[in-house]
Design a binder for this molecule. Structure first.
Ligand code: T4K
Length: 417
């Protein structure tokens, strides 16, 4: 255990962890089950194009979520692009800026303008009160993002969408296996999109899915993700290639068997972080509503610089030197990333909460790759740094060269987000 500032790796001590710990280290479920499925697939020589594993995966996801249709895809970004197109969105679509840039890109890729809306400071999801103000004659839809698995204010957004005749899509990339008012996320709006990327608690290596109760929309999306083919030699619609492969579906099926185990490990870790972080001034862990089903994947801290007397970026730099690759999602907000930064240089003026939250959020590692011993040690490092916040800042300022190198590598990763 580190007891003095000189023990911190950033001031010359040895890193706390020999191997790096990551936010988004993939969970691996039943390895034997996965390998046997891969062998089955090789024997069968059916690797893609609506194979048996993809079909089984779609059935299982639809049943888990309680929706009529699940269309598995190669990733959530393509699933968003296809859903946006199938819903007929065009012109302007209102989205939060506080999201992974894929939400914005899925629109801009199709020359639809993402109009950035501010978020609720508690849940970090789109603020419905501000949505209404952004609607113009060109607006055709709203995309809500269930950030961290926190459901958007689904009722308010649905009411606005219905009254203003707008399409409503949810980016549920973070929210697989979470509920809202006891109803599983996946069944709201016109459609919802999950991500099963390696970094999500439930992964299919890469993967995504659109879920919906709308028969007509589901049929259209199915066509679109397969070039518009309605049978051999019969293309009836414009389409692309959004298909999930059989190895990905095999991984998804193997992960499916471990969902409850993954969630219970995440929850155990989350509760330990909560107990450890509670007494550290200026560090607030996002509380999850335990009355809803949650996947507990994201350990979301907000650092209040005034109370902690150390900045979020200084804590981040200290952790990186200890081999804890903490992250500042979704810094700096889509509106400050290209091409949006150039298109809308003044967008930040309407995004006060987004800017504050993006400057404070720090994510810590979770999942089956981290255990209680590591979590206690991570929190001890944060406590040590915060308890001597002013001295840490002063020493970092005097070793500005070393700190700049760490900051630059942290910033390089942040730029990719
Ligand atoms: N909407 C939202 C709200 C999203 O968060 C995302 C994706 C999407 C839409 C689009 O979904 P997909 O099209 O991806 O299905 C990651 C993921 O690539 C991305 O899926 C995710 N959100 C986003 C939030 O995070 P990066 O650029 O942060 O990934 P990267 O390479 O820095 O990896 C994160 C950490 O995980 C690193 O410390 C390394 C570690 N890692 C990563 C991989 C892939 C591993 O240890 N093993 C691995 O295999 O984007």
């Amino acid at each position: 255990m580190k007891t003095s500032l000189d023990d911190l790796a950033i001031f010359g001590g040895s890193p706390a962890f020999p191997e790096t710990l990551h936010v988004g280290r993939p969970n691996v479920g039943n390895r034997e089950l996965l390998m046997s499925k891969i062998n089955d697939m090789l024997d069968r020589r059916w690797f893609s194009n609506n194979g048996p594993f993809v079909q089984e995966f779609e059935r299982k996801i639809a049943e888990h979520v309680g929706v009529k249709h699940c269309i598995a895809m190669c990733n959530a970004t393509v699933a968003l692009e296809i859903s946006i197109r199938a819903l007929g969105m065009e012109g302007e679509v209102i989205i939060p800026s506080f999201t992974f840039v894929a939400t914005a890109h899925a629109l801009q890729w199709q020359e639809i303008t993402p109009v950035f809306c501010d978020i609720d400071p508690e849940t970090h999801t789109i603020d419905p009160r501000q949505v209404e103000r952004l609607i113009t004659p060109r607006t055709t839809g709203i995309i809500g993002v269930h950030v961290w698995g926190n459901s958007c204010d689904v009722d308010a957004l649905s009411e606005i969408a219905e009254r203003r005749n707008l399409k409503l899509l949810f980016d549920a990339a973070h929210a697989f296996s979470c509920s809202h008012n006891d109803q599983m996320i996946g069944s709201f709006g016109d459609a919802e999109v999950f991500s099963f990327h390696a970094t999500k608690f439930f992964n299919s290596f890469e993967g995504g899915a659109v879920v919906t109760n709308n028969d007509e929309l589901a049929a259209k999306i199915r066509l679109m993700k397969n070039f518009g083919f309605a049978g051999y030699d019969n293309v009836i619609y414009i389409g692309t290639n959004g298909k999930m492969t059989e190895p990905c579906a095999a991984m998804g099926l193997a992960s499916f068997e471990s969902i409850e185990e993954f969630i219970s490990v995440n929850r155990r870790n989350y509760e330990l972080y909560r107990a450890e972080l509670v007494d550290i001034p200026g560090v607030t862990l996002m509380e999850f509503d335990d009355s809803e089903r949650r996947n507990y994947q994201y350990i979301v801290c907000e650092i209040d610089q005034t109370d902690a007397r150390i900045t979020r970026d200084e804590i981040l730099a200290i952790l990186w030197k200890e081999n804890v690759i903490a992250r500042k999602y979704f810094y700096p907000g889509c509106h400050r990333m290209e091409p949006y930064r150039s298109y809308y240089p003044h967008a930040g003026l309407l995004l006060e909460t987004t800017e504050t939250v993006a400057s404070r959020v720090l994510l810590l590692p979770n999942g089956t790759a981290v255990g209680p011993g590591e979590i206690t040690e991570i929190c001890d490092i944060i406590r040590l740094a915060v308890n001597s916040g002013l001295e840490v800042s002063a020493r970092l300022a005097s070793t500005a060269g070393a700190f700049a190198v760490v900051k630059a590598s942290v910033a390089a990763v942040a730029v990719e987000e």
